[in-house]
Design a protein around this ligand. Sequence first.
Ligand SMILES: Cc1cc2nc3c(=O)[nH]c(=O)nc-3n(C[C@H](O)[C@H](O)[C@H](O)COP(=O)(O)OP(=O)(O)OC[C@H]3O[C@@H](n4cnc5c(N)ncnc54)[C@H](O)[C@@H]3O)c2cc1C
Length: 426
Amino acid sequence: MAWDFSTEPEFQRKLDWVKQFCEEKVEPLDHVFPHAVRLPDPAVKAYVRELQQEVKDQGLWAIFLDEELGGPGFGQLKLGLLNEVIGRYAGAPHMFGASAPDTGNMEMLAAYGTEEQKERWLKPLLNQDIFSAYSMTEPQGGSDPNLFRTTAVRYGDEWVINGEKWFTSAGRVADILFVMCTNGMFVVPRDTPGVEIMPEPRNHNHIIYRDVRVPLDHLLGPEDGAKTLAQRRLGGGRIHHAMRTIAQCNLAFDMMCERALSRESHGRLISDHQMVQEKIAESYAMIKMLRLFVLETAWKIDNTSTQEARTEIAAVKFTMSKTLREVSFNALHILGSLGTTDLTPIQAMYAAAPTMGIADGVDEVHKATVARRVLGNYTRHEGNFPTEFLPYKREEARKKMQPLLDARPELAAAAEAYQKYLGRRR
Ligand SMILES: Cc1cc2nc3c(=O)[nH]c(=O)nc-3n(C[C@H](O)[C@H](O)[C@H](O)COP(=O)(O)OP(=O)(O)OC[C@H]3O[C@@H](n4cnc5c(N)ncnc54)[C@H](O)[C@@H]3O)c2cc1C
């Protein structure tokens, strides 16, 4: 059925299970053992594996991957509905085998890897036996890939990589690095000689690749295919971020409403002040708009392709950072002084909003993409006046209706009378 906004009952049951699982098991684990998935303690590891097995038993593991790539193949729309739930909990993406940057890297491996490469890297990544990072941005320029200089040169049966990368998230703790070179995408084990990780920044790493040698089969996809692979990786990643952003906005909204109903000032609940109501109403509408936009884009990807949905994905990308920025600001403001502390999630959420406008491509670049692609569907008008210039429209309308007016004299007389009436009024 077309234009149906409801969720199939069977899938709704899955969503209900996910919500309950996150509330009862993932959220407590997040507070007691933050970053549990990466903790080396065997007892914590074993418990994480137990939880992950529950997810696998539900058929919800690696939910971002299509069936032919080794996942459950829910498609983007259902993934959107799932991410709306799990995006609320920091540790949940790990529990569902769907955490960045591994997801995008796995997508590239699944789509472009040889059987041997999948066996060697995709399987252990899917099982979280190893972790990965993505090395694309360079210190001299991030937004424009034409400025990237890192290159691989072939010597005999090896590629030798030289270059410098900036902001490789979790590079320090990754087992393998996906390195975008001017002439291809390469998989580099982190402990390869010549991979030098700078002490700062701590989490998003500055890495020098100095004469790093990898075997020929560490090239992923075709030679010179780096930009295509990067697009594939980033396109998916952007819409997944947007899905999780809805969850973050909903969390901010819940906090805002609860607080507005719980505090008084100047003789009334703060929810009774109109300027507070305005923030609540506008936040509500902004989240609804973002959600519909994200889900419609996900639906379009399912029915066409990521490539076909590029305009929507780019527009979603800057809309999500704006929505998160405004909704989290409203929530922080309504929480007053408490909102400015780190005693609730809201301060970190607000601080993260500008980051969302930079990661995965800065908002300006996405806006330019949207404008360029949208303008491609238009042509310039002839002469000095636009197509909607009313005198032109009237003339055209008159020509179009003339055969009808000729056939029906009473209509022609009414049209003439009306013209006279208009003439008197002018
Ligand atoms: C949290 C986070 C995680 C990240 N993780 C990774 C990662 O794992 N791997 C990786 O390789 N990179 C990663 N990045 C880097 C990210 O891809 C870059 O930050 C991004 O591409 C922008 O590049 P830049 O930081 O060099 O900014 P610049 O390109 O220097 O842009 C700075 C500013 O210049 C302006 N600007 C730039 N281009 C245009 C334009 N065309 N039109 C108008 N204005 C423009 C904008 O105001 C922009 O914000 C991450 C970034 C963040 C914030």
